[in-house]
Design a protein around this ligand. Structure first.
Ligand code: NOJ
Length: 490
């Protein structure tokens, strides 16, 4: 469309800002667009009990229950605690301008609380940030990527209201120590995953878990923790550090299985339960109406005295509304949705009441639920832009996994190419304000309960070699070329 309606596209470009200096050519990304790749601490660092670091929940879980996760632990992971210079060398080799990584809470605060800081942990991140700066690579730092201090799990983890203050105290330390070099902060990564996804898996091991209550308490405190950390940054650090802060939300596009109203309503309901659960409070000050109604009704029917979905007080509504500088989105795949009947027992899934499938025509990938559908990226961007008042969006994660160690990863290349093509169409033809793309992940790493069987990396890690040797895959060279030329071939 941009080729036909040139003037219109220039106007859209001017409106979305990032296009100001460029024409809206759907094959070329503007020079301001941030290309990057990401990782997270537990998945790459290893050094799980070194130099004063204590255990996170995942350290405890993977060492106690590794049989459930392909006999994997994160004890050594990709060994980035020792090999971070090799990671940076890989970034330099592919000309990567932006790198997203996360801080390990228990490396910095072994007790979880801020009364004792572990200097060796602080040194590690200072060295990493200094080396990135020397290499001209801009960091995007995630403060919390699921590795809750095990100490704080004894206090209830994210279901404990005090977790809000514990997190804010930790975030304060991170802003204070590292904010001179970090201009993009993600407070919390994918709250839906750790509040709903992980419990729905571990409930098989811990059947006493109060499913249906746990999810919403956890989500509520994560929203408040993010919002308080955001406000703290604005009051205490914004003037000197000039950074931007958000939280990372995930959504695979949910479309109706058919175009019947029932299926389309079910898909919308799922988008709101998944993304709106967190985005509605920070954009509009409260949970989506549909969540409030459904969960209150189900809770009453199930005999709960109050809704299992907590309520924000009026001052909390003011705190959370507007607590974001941009939207950070993780998106991997799409789903086809229809309405389903569920049992009356309390759970997020029974509140949601949808059933999910994926097209048999979509290519499979290393994670069975992540089938390939790059067109969904364009749809999910449009849905977010339409539903949340055209925000700026950075894609903080998107990637393709396989189960092989191949360097000739042609499927990954076509996945990235297809996704970038759809992002550019979304910018040009739908006017969505996308300003960055971070491939997940920079290097092969510990893929949570899939262990090391699933590989997302642009860079291969030889987990059997002493130094965990890094080797660039063909996709890294493909991405290098995209970064240099800004060109994608649709
Ligand atoms: C989202 C998570 O943030 C990341 O840790 C994980 O590896 C990817 N999805 C792929 O599953």
């Amino acid at each position: 469309m941009c080729r036909q309606f040139f003037i219109f596209c220039i106007l859209v470009s001017a409106i979305i800002g990032s296009e100001a200096a460029d024409t809206c050519n759907s094959s070329i990304f503007p020079s301001t667009f941030k290309f990057g790749a990401g990782t997270s601490a537990f998945q790459i660092e290893g050094g799980w009990n070194e130099d004063g670091k204590s255990r996170s929940w995942w350290d405890w879980f993977s060492n106690s229950y590794s049989i459930y996760i392909n006999n994997a632990t994160g004890n050594t992971a990709s060994d980035s605690y020792h090999q971070y210079k090799q990671d940076i060398a890989s970034m330099v080799a592919m000309g990567l301008p932006n790198y997203r990584f996360s801080l390990s809470w228990t490396r910095i605060l072994p007790k979880g609380l801020n009364y004792s800081i572990n200097q060796a942990g602080v040194d590690y991140y200072n060295n990493l940030l200094d080396e990135l700066e020397a290499a001209g690579i801009e960091p995007l730092v995630t403060i919390y990527h699921w590795d809750t201090p095990y100490a704080l799990d004894f206090l209830g983890g994210w279901t404990n209201p005090k977790m809000v203050d514990y997190f804010v105290a930790y975030a304060d330390i991170a802003f204070n120590l590292f904010g001179d070099r970090v201009k993009l902060w993600a407070t919390i990564n994918e709250p839906k995953s750790f509040c709903e996804g992980i419990p729905s898996v571990v409930v098989n091991l811990f059947p006493e878990m109060p499913i249906g209550t746990y999810e919403y308490l956890c989500g509520h405190h994560a929203i408040l923790a993010h919002a308080k950390a955001y406000r703290l940054y604005k009051e205490k650090y914004q003037a000197t550090q000039q950074g931007r802060v958000s939280l990372v939300l995930d959504l695979g596009y949910n479309m109706g299985l058919t175009n019947s109203t029932v299926d389309e309503d079910a898909a919308e309901r799922k988008n709101l339960f998944e993304f709106g659960w967190f985005a509605h409070p920070i954009v509009y000050g409260d949970y989506p109406d549909i969540m409030q109604e459904v969960i209150a009704n189900n809770s009453a029917r199930q005999g709960f005295p109050v809704s299992r979905l907590p309520k924000f007080t009026s001052s909390e509504k003011l705190l959370v509304q507007g607590a974001y500088d941009l939207i950070m989105l993780n998106t991997y795949t799409s789903y086809m949705i229809t309405m389903a009947n569920y049992s009356n027992s309390p759970s997020y899934q029974n509140d949601l009441q949808t059933s999910t499938s994926q097209s048999s025509e979509w290519l499979s990938s290393g994670l069975s639920t992540f089938k390939v559908h790059p067109e969904g990226t364009r749809k999910v961007l449009k849905w977010i832009s339409d539903t949340y008042a055209s925000p700026e969006i950075i894609i903080t994660e998107n990637g393709f996994s396989d189960n092989t160690a191949t360097l000739n990863d042609t499927e990954r290349i076509s996945f990235i190419n297809g996704t970038l093509t759809n992002i550019r169409l979304s910018m040009c033809d739908d006017g969505v304000n996308v300003t960055g793309y971070f491939y997940w992940s920079l290097i092969d790493s510990m893929e949570w309960n899939s262990g090391y069987t699933v590989k997302f990396g642009l860079v291969q890690v030889d987990f059997d070699s002493e130094n965990h040797t890094r080797t660039l895959k063909n996709s890294a060279y493909y991405y290098k070329n995209v970064i240099e030329t800004r060109l994608v071939n649709g």
